[in-house]
Design a protein around this ligand. Structure first.
Ligand code: PEP
Length: 257
């Protein structure tokens, strides 16, 4: 089953986030058995969005969490608070956090571990910058980021991990990436996960999704690649008709190999 995640970033007021949640819920079927849909509002909008989603199959995600369980961490939000609100998925290591607040790989690793401790699915974001791409470092960077986040983790008995491959230079740019290029990075990520966790564990527990200027016009190209298990959507997730068209495409897309 494919996964579609909307990252609303810090783009909306609480009232706007509630309205978007209602519009998305109203436009989707009451039961979804062929796709998983997650929306990630900002912290302040999490509980209002949860309530606005009502009984819809859309699942609540957060954009970050604190690496510590509790304590003197002014301004942070803990995994247990997020779990209390009903958050099931959490973005970790988004490129905007790696660059704007200098999150490093040790911190990102600790956040992944914290997500597991609170029974949430981490959505680890990885991807190369334009400079790294130009220097031919794409594969090295992506493999390093996946290893740093996932090696030496204590895995709970039942858990799932998602890696979102997001080329940093594509995010928010409207630039179209060749789905074949994206698929190559997905292949490297999957092989790295199989090496870290064993092939059986990685294939059972890990999903690899694509993010970067996905919209209803280009999604079919990504989802036609069997190594791409879904999408992480920024800008296009802020419009209910655009986002639900992406969800619809994910329900019907055919992986061609
Ligand atoms: C993102 O920021 O995770 C993202 C994928 O953004 P956009 O779709 O706007 O490129």
């Amino acid at each position: 089953m494919r996964t579609v995640i909307g990252n609303w970033k810090m783009q909306l007021t609480i009232a706007e986030a509630e309205q978007l949640a209602k519009d998305v819920a109203a436009a989707l079927p009451k039961r979804l058995t062929d796709v998983r849909v997650v929306v990630c509002p900002s912290y302040a909008a999490l509980a209002p969005v949860r309530d606005a989603l009502g009984g819809s199959p859309v699942v609540l995600g957060a954009q970050d969490l604190c690496h510590e369980e509790k304590g003197a961490y002014t301004g942070e939000v803990s995994g247990r608070e997020l779990a209390d609100i009903g958050v099931k998925f959490v973005l970790i290591g988004h490129s905007e956090r790696r660059s704007h607040v200098h999150e490093d790989e040790a911190l990102i690793h600790a956040k992944v571990q914290r997500a597991f401790k609170n029974k949430m699915t981490p959505v680890l974001c990885v991807g190369e910058t334009r400079d790294e791409l130009d220097k031919g470092l794409r594969d090295v960077v992506v493999e390093r980021q996946v290893r740093a986040a996932f090696e030496k983790l204590e895995l709970p008995a039942r858990c799932e991990m998602i890696v979102a491959y997001e080329p940093v230079w594509v995010i928010g740019s409207g630039t179209d990436v060749d789905p074949e290029d994206a698929a190559r990075s997905h292949y490297i990520i999957r092989e790295t996960l199989r090496d870290i966790f064993t092939p059986e564990t990685a294939d059972r527990r890990c999903r690899v999704i694509y993010g970067g200027s996905v919209d209803k016009g280009n999604i079919a190209g990504f989802l036609s690649r069997p190594v791409i298990d879904g999408v992480l959507v920024g800008g296009a997730s802020l419009s209910a008709p655009e986002f639900t068209a992406i969800v619809e495409a994910a329900r019907t897309a055919d992986a061609k190999g």
